[in-house]
Structure formats: structure tokens, C-alpha cells
Design a protein around this ligand. Structure first.
Ligand code: SF4
Length: 74
């Protein structure tokens, strides 16, 4: 089973030891991933704001979520 690299910052998104250092994540999300110790690591946890409709009378509400690609803690 793949294990979380300890070079990641704390949070739900992380790079695990299956990383082959292909650079794709760093190219696509340079604010989130960095090369550390010869592999990628999450250097800053991503945050997205999603606007959800919760009914006409209640208007709109912003939800803050984190998003990931390689793994999530349970
Ligand atoms: S974590 Fe990034 S560098 Fe490593 S295999 Fe996945 S996309 Fe490639």
C-alpha cells in the first residue's frame, strides 16, 4: 500500500510514495505542488470556493472545500 510522503504539508491532499516525479502535478498546479527531495510534495493545500444555491429565500451560500488528486486521509 502506498504511503504518504512526509515532505507534504499537513492536510487532506498529499503525494504518496508511488510518485515517479513526472512533473505533471507541478506543471498543472504550481501553487499546490513543489519538488522536494527528488519527488513532488504538496507545498500548500488547495482551497476552492463553491457557490451553492440553498433556496430562493435563503439566497446563496459559499462553501469552502479542499480538493485533491492523489490521496485523501479518511
Ligand atoms: S505526484 Fe506529481 S510528479 Fe509524482 S507521479 Fe503524480 S503527477 Fe507525477
Amino acid at each position: 500500500m502506498a504511503r504518504r510522503l512526509n515532505t507534504n504539508v499537513a492536510g487532506d491532499l498529499y503525494v504518496n510514495d508511488a510518485c515517479i516525479n513526472c512533473d505533471t502535478c507541478r506543471q498543472l498546479a504550481p501553487d499546490t505542488f513543489a519538488e522536494i527531495g527528488g519527488y513532488s510534495a504538496v507545498s500548500c493545500q488547495p482551497v476552492a470556493i463553491i457557490w451553492r444555491g440553498i433556496g430562493r429565500s435563503k439566497g446563496w451560500k459559499a462553501s469552502k472545500i479542499t480538493a485533491g488528486t492523489h490521496g485523501r486521509s479518511k
